[in-house]
Design a protein around this ligand. Structure first.
Ligand code: UGA
Ligand code: MN
Length: 233
C-alpha cells in the first residue's frame, strides 16, 4: 500500500526549518506521497521549489481557512482539502493508508513501515502529548480497553492526530469523512474517528503500544530582533 501523508502548513519563520526536517524523514520512506496544504490563498513558489528539490513524491496546494469560527482547529480545513484531493486523484481499488502528520512533530521511520498495513484504523502512543509524557491506548489481550490521555472520559478516541492511521477506503465507505471545524477544542480527532470506527477495530502498533515512535514536539517561536531580508529563511 501507498502511504498518503497529509500535512497542513503555514508561513512563519520556522516553516522552512520544519519542512526540511520532515522531508529528511519522509525521503527515507518508500511508496509514500506527501500532500502538503498551505494555509493561505496561494502557494509559495519558493516552498514548491523546495519540495521539488527533496525528491519526495508530493502534491502541494493552497487552502485558506474557510471561516473565522475554526481558529482553534489549526489545519482542519487544509486536511479536509487533502482528503478531497485523495478522493479525486486516488483509485479506491488500490490499497492506501492515510496519516495526518503535522509539520512540527518528530517521527521515527519505524512507524511508517508499521502503519502501511493498516486494515482500518491503527493506533500507537504519542510522546509529549496532552500535557503528559505520552498519551496511549491501554490494551488487554491485544484489544484497546481504555486510554491514558487528556479528557479521556469526554472523548471516545482521545488521541492526537499523530497517533493513528486510517485505511483510505474509509473515505469511500463512510462518506463524507471530514474534520468538523465547528467541533469544540480538542475534539477534532475523536469526531473524525467516531464517523467510521469502533474501539474493537483499533489495531495497536508500536509493539502493542509499548513504544514511543512519534512525538508531539512544538517549536518555540524564535525571538528575532532583526529581520535581514535578503536570504529566504
Ligand atoms: C494539536 C494537534 O496535534 C493538531 O493535530 C491539531 O490540529 C491542533 O492541536 C488543533 O486542534 O488545533 P498543535 O501542536 O497545538 O497541535 O498545533 P500546530 O502544530 O500549531 O498546528 C497543527 C498543524 O496545522 C501544523 O502542521 C501546522 O503547520 C498547521 N497550521 C497551524 C496551519 O496550517 N495553520 C495555522 O494557522 C496553524
Ligand atoms: Mn504541533
Amino acid at each position: 500500500p501507498i502511504i498518503f501523508i497529509i500535512t497542513p502548513t503555514y508561513y512563519r519563520l520556522v516553516q522552512k526549518a520544519e519542512l526540511t526536517r520532515m522531508a529528511n524523514t519522509l525521503r527515507l520512506v518508500k511508496q509514500l506521497h506527501w500532500i502538503i496544504v498551505e494555509d493561505f490563498e496561494v502557494i509559495n513558489l519558493k516552498t514548491q521549489e523546495f519540495f521539488q528539490s527533496t525528491g519526495v513524491s508530493f502534491t502541494y496546494f493552497a487552502q485558506s481557512k474557510r471561516s473565522e469560527t475554526n481558529n482553534h482547529h489549526r489545519g482542519a480545513d487544509q486536511r479536509n482539502a487533502a482528503l478531497d484531493w485523495i478522493m479525486v486523484n486516488h483509485n479506491p481499488s488500490m490499497p492506501a493508508v492515510i496519516y495526518f502528520a503535522d509539520d512540527d512533530n518528530a517521527y521515527s521511520l519505524e512507524i511508517f513501515q508499521q502503519m502501511r498495513y493498516t486494515k482500518k484504523l491503527s493506533m500507537w502512543p504519542v510522546g509529549l502529548s496532552g500535557g503528559r509524557t505520552y498519551e496511549t491506548p491501554i490494551l488487554k489481550d491485544g484489544k484497546v480497553i481504555k486510554f491514558l490521555a487528556w479528557k479521556a472520559e469526554k472523548r471516545k478516541f482521545p488521541i492526537d492526530m499523530a497517533g493513528f492511521a486510517l485505511n483510505a477506503n474509509v473515505l469511500w465507505t463512510y462518506k463524507p469523512m471530514r474534520f468538523s471545524t465547528d467541533a469544540d477544542p480538542g475534539m477534532l480527532e475523536t469526531k473524525l474517528l467516531e464517523r467510521c470506527c469502533t474501539w474493537a477495530e483499533i489495531e495497536p502498533l508500536a509493539d502493542n503500544c509499548t513504544k514511543i515512535l512519534v512525538w508531539h514536539t512544538r517549536t518555540e517561536k524564535p525571538k528575532v530582533r532583526m529581520f535581514d531580508n535578503v536570504l529566504e529563511v
